[in-house]
Design a protein around this ligand. Sequence first.
Ligand SMILES: Cc1cc2nc3c(=O)[nH]c(=O)nc-3n(C[C@H](O)[C@H](O)[C@H](O)COP(=O)(O)O)c2cc1C
Length: 344
Amino acid sequence: MGIKIGNFNLEHGLFLAPMAGVTDKTFRQLCKRMGAEFTVSEMVCAKAMCYEQKSKKKTSELSATAILANVSYNEMPMAVQIFGSEPSYMAEAAKMIEDRSYKGCVADCPPASIDINMGCPVRKITSNGEGSALMKSPELAEEIVRAVVRAINIPVTVKIRSGWDKSNINAPELAKRLEAAGASLICIHARTKEQMYTPGIDLSIIEKTKNSVSIPVIGNGDIYSAHDAVNMIKNTGCDGVMVGRGSQGNPWIFSEISALLSGEEFVLPTAEQRFSTAIWQLEQMIIEKGERVGTAEAKKHMSWYTAGIRDSAQARREIMQASSSEQIKEIFYALIENNAPLEN
Ligand SMILES: Cc1cc2nc3c(=O)[nH]c(=O)nc-3n(C[C@H](O)[C@H](O)[C@H](O)COP(=O)(O)O)c2cc1C
């Protein structure tokens, strides 16, 4: 195996999935340290970025958008993902991200690629014709990719679903169109929009998509172990895998997949290593976002780290109710001190 995105070579094709509200800079860096070879930002609204550029607001008042599009050297290679339904705004935003000319930009460098979101199933997004609604408008989807490819020099990648619903499964045909429009890589989440996130994916749609194009195809959906990843690769021929929820509280999944693909041994982290990593993530999020926002946003991550620890329900409740990062750390110190055992 092995994939090339621009100048970057990925040995196994291990991707961290974009997850709004989860895959911030701290988590992307952590997953990279654990073996993720490519990460993707949380999704950025192309139109909002273009509007902000023209607004009279001061840079200091600017918004989440600039923060979401931030790229630092030490987390490369990564993509910035944009969403929208209008080719001109998509192209303009992609160009500003590549040039680092958008208001409030503090990026060290351009991203390795611009990723286009054609998978988001949330009504607020699809009702504007954005995200997975583009699966229903293949011509517009193609036009968007063509406009973005024309506007920038870095590669354009696209994340799609199987289709809109079970009567409209069109990923292989759409992938072909997007390849013709200049896309460099397709990632397919093997569920329809209608399925949202319900368990169970259709591996055959990944295989069909892979066989319909000559650019790399990355498989995504329900990878919770190295075996799930290898199973997807073996059964579909995909060029790499993208892991979303399986990495929450378990960034080691990337080392585990990498070890299995290389025929090396993987040793599960001890409960103590797990909690020390959680504390590192909490501290790093506070450096990035400040005590109040960092602590609030870290809570869900912290409770994910306690999954699989025997009798951890009480610890999770305490984490969610904690009023400071110190309180959360105390909960982990107590778990470490009591040698909190892993289940099974
Ligand atoms: C909380 C959450 C936020 C997500 N945000 C995005 C996003 O911003 N862009 C995107 O393309 N997909 C997003 N997704 C979808 C994931 O990237 C991925 O396709 C999906 O979770 C299936 O993979 P998994 O089964 O490994 O989690 C999100 C998923 C979750 C659970």
